[in-house]
Write a protein that binds this ligand. Sequence first.
Ligand code: HEC
Length: 439
Amino acid sequence: MRHSLMAKSLAVIGLMSVLTSYAEFAHAQSAVPAADLYISDAKRLYERLAGVKVPLDDVRIREIALSLSKGDNLEAARRATEHPSFLNLTVKQMALKLSTREEAINVPFNDFAASFLGVTRDRTDSRELLFGNFFYIADPALAPADKVRSNLVSDILSSNNHYSDLESKNYDLGAVLKRQPMQQIVYATNDKDKMIVEATVNSPDAAGVLTSRSFTSSHLSAGTNRRAVEYTFREFLCLRIEDWADTRASDLRIGRDIDRFPGGDHNKFATTCKGCHTGMDGFRGAFAKWDYTDMPKNIDALKGSPNRGYNADANGVAPKLNQNGTVFPNGYVTIDNSFVNNSNMGTNSSVIEWRGDNITKGNGVKEFGKLVSNTKRFSQCMSKRIFESVCRKTLDLTSQTELAKRYAEEFEKQNYRIKDMYEFISVQPECGLISQRGT
Ligand code: HEC
């Protein structure tokens, strides 16, 4: 009796331990097949964020699949953006496209793209790309000067040597870039032997990538500084000049070089020229103290520089702002770097949605960049760029307004972090990277 009871309890204990180990076994077994179901999703997500093919035995694929199997899609995306190619390829290509007039991705790495990568990696507020006083260069401890040309004047500010070396020598850009606090302008003086000595001074109007070498060389060299406004809207608000033209706005700010009677016809001015030029010429004053020849130049920074001077008129503005003044002498004469916002009426006001303390006017590029980056349109445009980069399909801000607004709100909620937004968008159903399983 006693014996059999003991046998029974032994049997129970035995059964319990079998059950426990079976449960463990079953759990371990089920974890593998569950994650296995997500392997192809994981690979797709990983490859799209990294922008490269990855071999199936890459350990991270299994980690990503495991996160997906637990329903933690954002965690999965975060693991995927840890691939160095996320910054070195995916984000770099998006940034390069915005950095030059050609909007090509196959141009050398440059200071504009470096800032973009840095801000993405460091998860800082991307609005600062339009007004922050910083730039990114390689950490000299990681990319020594005997391998990467790194002279601030000759290789960073007056040429692209530093950035093209980093790329051509295959540095892990996302790993070596280091944020520097103050944008610089090259300032030249004579020494006692009348030799030119070049040094740098702090930029008085630093505005993120808008005052980068790449952007200024593309949009402030020659011309009339109008293109800088055109491309700020184009790249950061996803608006082509014809999209925000408004013939009803004031023409008070339109320059003297713009004919009010083209071909003898004032109506032509009123119905075509004025539309583009009212908005563009209104903002153009922001760039009145900027120019580009061989390097970005700011007139206020270069005051008193005897050599690599600057080209400025009596009011301290770039003469090109007032060139061809005889075409229409009653047009606007630029005397300072003030700008006005003529793009806040009708459709423009609802499409752009300006926000901030003063949306009607300001001074200089930094204030211009701040104004632009605080619009709702900026958030929509950045979302569109990220969506198109990772989902590889179009997000049309005019017809897909609901989606654009939802993304913009999410982007702002995430404090304008580009990396977080990449991760968020990559796992949305409409992006199509993750199979939709019955919910
Ligand atoms: C679709 C928009 C648009 C319309 C319409 C337009 N412009 Fe312009 N205009 C621009 C842009 C953008 C620039 C700056 C181009 C650049 O520097 O690359 C510009 C520049 C100019 C310049 C300066 C060129 C230079 O670099 O010296 C003049 C002059 C000019 N426009 C006159 C006119 C006249 C006259 C009309 C009407 C017949 C007109 N524009 C209509 C967009 C427009």
